[in-house]
Each structure stands twice: as structure tokens, then as C-alpha cells.
Ligand binder design. Structure first.
Ligand SMILES: O=P(O)(O)OC[C@H]1O[C@H](OP(=O)(O)OP(=O)(O)O)[C@H](O)[C@@H]1O
Ligand code: HPA
Ligand SMILES: [Mg+2]
Length: 159
């Protein structure tokens, strides 16, 4: 289990995705966006909207079962995008960089962008917005819901 959690709300995700779009704007034009499903789907939709890009391709890589990492499995390769030249790959984050390595091997000339990056995966990304520490688990809005939390005082153990 992670040492700490970083909760991302829908608002924050929208803001951070737009911040990524700003960084990518002058690096185009892009032939299209390749979303790494599933985590990259919503960021890719927001970025494609901001960059006025209508062509969206997908590649699906499964590397984690909840917080447990396994061997990366490509369950759907990209149908288009050739060697990736002129294409923009979007994922929600890089953690260890395992997923990024697999996708980069399939699309070696694409530009790889994520919203969040942990130190181990950072060298594999061309553009990102926010760095978080390696021992932090990012909680995305599609994996969470708002719930009651007891007052701090009630959660304290007696001294
Ligand atoms: O840098 P890494 O250590 O490879 O971790 C990052 C990848 O892990 C998560 O995907 P996951 O395998 O959970 O699949 P999902 O996007 O379908 O949820 C996340 O969306 C990234 O794609
Ligand atoms: O920190 C994370 N949050 C959500 N999914 C992930 N997949 C790898 N690392 C993470
Ligand atoms: Mg993913």
C-alpha cells in the first residue's frame, strides 16, 4: 500500500488537463491523440477538445490490479498512428514507467504526455504538469466517491 494519497477531484483534473493542453499547444500540430486506456481516456478527451483535435486512437495496457503491479499486458494495440510521428500519446500518469515503455516501443516517434509523473517514470515522459513523490498513490475521481469522514478528535487514540 502507498504511504500517502493524493486525491484529485474532477475540477482539479479538468484544470490540470487544460494546463497540459497549454504546454502542448505550441508543440503541434498533431495528427491525432492516442489515449492509453483507461486512465488516459478522460484527460485525452479534454486535451483533444482544447487542441481542436478530432482524431482519437486508443491503446489499452493493463499493468495494475488496484494498487498491485503486474506484468504489462497490451490488450489492444493502436490500430492507426504508424510509428507515432506527429501523434500525441496521453495517459493520466507515469508511475514506474512500465506502461510508458511498452507504448513507446509501439509508437517510438510519438510525443508522450501525462498529467502527473512520479520520479521513476519522469524520464519516459516528454511533457507533464505535476510531479508527485514515488510513495504517493494518486486517487483519480473515477476511482473514488465523496463520503462521510469522522471528526479528527474521534479518530484519536487515547494517550
Ligand atoms: O508507470 P506505470 O507504473 O506503468 O503506471 C502507470 C499506469 O498505470 C495505470 O494504468 P492501469 O494499469 O491501472 O490500467 P487502467 O488505466 O486501465 O486503470 C495508469 O493509468 C497508467 O497507465
Ligand atoms: O498513483 C497511481 N494512481 C492510480 N493509478 C496508478 N497506476 C499506477 N500508479 C497509480
Ligand atoms: Mg492506465
Amino acid at each position: 500500500m502507498a504511504q500517502r494519497y493524493f486525491t484529485v477531484t474532477w475540477d482539479q483534473l479538468h484544470r490540470d488537463s487544460k494546463a497540459l493542453a497549454w504546454r502542448l499547444l505550441d508543440l503541434g500540430p498533431w495528427k491525432g491523440v492516442v489515449a492509453i486506456t483507461r486512465g488516459g481516456l478522460i484527460p485525452a478527451a479534454i486535451i483533444a477538445r482544447e487542441l481542436e483535435c478530432r482524431i482519437i486512437e486508443t491503446v489499452s495496457v493493463v499493468t495494475y490490479d488496484e494498487e498491485t503491479k503486474g506484468e504489462p499486458r497490451v490488450v489492444k494495440p493502436p490500430a492507426a498512428a504508424g510509428d507515432g510521428k506527429g501523434w500525441l500519446i496521453i495517459d493520466d500518469l507515469v508511475d514506474t514507467g512500465t506502461t510508458a515503455k511498452v507504448v513507446r516501443a509501439m509508437l517510438p516517434h510519438a510525443h508522450f504526455a501525462t498529467i502527473y509523473a512520479k520520479p521513476a517514470g519522469k524520464p519516459l515522459v516528454d511533457t507533464f504538469v505535476t510531479e508527485v513523490s514515488q510513495d504517493t498513490w494518486i486517487l483519480f475521481p473515477w476511482d473514488t466517491e465523496v463520503q462521510f469522514i469522522p471528526p479528527i478528535a474521534k479518530g484519536q487514540v487515547a494517550k
